[in-house]
Design a protein around this ligand. Sequence first.
Ligand code: 5RP
Length: 237
Amino acid sequence: MSAELDTATLMKKQVGEAAAARVQSGSIVGLGTGSTAAFMIQSLGNRLKSGELKDIKGITTSFQGEVLARENGIPLTTLNEVDHIDIAIDGADEVDPQKNLIKGGGAAHFQEKLVAAFARQFIVIVDSSKLVNKLNLGFLLPVEVVPKALNPVSKAIEQLGGKPQLRMAVKKSGPVVTDQGNLILDVKFENGIDNPAELEKTLNNIPGVLENGLFVGLTDLVLVGEVVDGKPVIREI
Ligand code: 5RP
């Protein structure tokens, strides 16, 4: 493992633990997906085991999260069994100065957006490499598409000026298949995304699109892990 990777991992761990520390006993908690959210789930499990935290219920956003939550002893519930979510905590692939996000690096953005949208508080946990001035100049925008609609949706996205590419699986032949059984188009807009709010709606209006990875106006707080003078610190945005 390189020294650089060590630092990035350390930042993810720090923000994951800082976010988990904000969860109070008795809460219903949305559990995000990805390597940063995994640290948060582990930390919640540790707080439960130590007795410091009691009586929480988690709502997962992916198969990965479900496995991790069970491994860490977090009791689970579902959106259909609750009337609210107190707090949801999740990672992100890009965060702009308005706290708009690109998510879906793990192809979990459909469930992640559902949970974030119903949460009373949505906390985003990232290392400092995720902060950008404009979305989509670096990270491609994930769009979840029903398989039967792959070609028409690709054409509609091209008409909007986007360049879609089908996300391919690693260690499995063929495309990535989401937890919902759909496909992912990763989309590049040449000059980045000028109006995330409008594009989020426009993409979701294309028949065959389940959800895209733009999260606009959902984030309450961003916890950023960064290294200052060689030491990891957490900044709030
Ligand atoms: C999964 C996501 C993740 O939260 C996002 O990809 C960030 O992951 P990581 O914390 O591993 O960098 O949106 O769909």
